[in-house]
Design a protein. Structure first.
Length: 191
């Protein structure tokens, strides 16, 4: 399938999910992450904050559990910059003040900025991914540009409410493949 068709199809599917179903699937994603990844070995984890109106996976389940059970793991979240093309990344703690931007994304205020090279793992938002680890997001390329700046050994872990599709046909040379994709039913490993 082409990215534009995938985007349309999966956005429509997401809109049909109830809040209860998004929460159920998000809980399963969180459980898969904690059961299958070496979280205690990570020093820095990058995590996106969910856009509730878009029915994105609820990463707050992951964030609160890390704060409770893995106090040595530091968290960072992205902020889209005014140029409309880049993300910057800021330390997230239980005391971080958040404000919601015009797109409905919570963002930290007054937090310390962190470079992409510090992250041991990145939880990547997506609409869909294929069986080779190619993801389809909202189409702006923010995460591809960001992941290209991360260390090669940093794990790139997609969080998907849906199982993978067979193939994204129009993969670009700038697309950054995932290391793994967590779905509610299972984890798909790519490299």
């Amino acid at each position: 399938m082409l990215k534009a068709d995938i985007r349309r199809t999966f956005l429509t599917r997401r809109r049909t999910l109830t809040e209860a179903e998004v929460e159920r699937r998000s809980a399963l994603l969180s459980q898969q992450l904690f059961e299958s990844f070496p979280i205690a070995d990570w020093r820095w984890l990058h995590v996106f904050l969910p856009i509730a109106k878009q029915h994105e996976p609820d990463t707050w389940l992951i964030i609160h559990r890390i704060w409770a059970e893995f106090p040595l793991v530091q968290l960072a979240v992205p902020i889209m910059q005014a140029d409309g093309h880049t993300l910057r990344h800021y330390h997230l703690t239980p005391d971080t003040q958040l404000v919601t931007n015009r797109w409905g994304i919570p963002e930290p205020v007054g937090a310390e900025e962190k470079p992409p090279t510090v992250f041991d793992a990145v939880l990547v938002p997506l609409l869909a991914c294929d069986l080779s680890g190619h993801r389809v997001g909202y189409g702006k390329g923010f995460y591809d540009r960001f992941l290209a700046q991360c260390r090669p050994e940093a794990q790139r872990i997609g969080l998907s409410l849906e199982p993978p599709i067979t193939q994204v046909v129009d993969v670009n040379t700038t697309d950054q493949p995932l290391t793994a994709c967590i779905t509610p039913e299972q984890i798909f490993w790519f490299r």
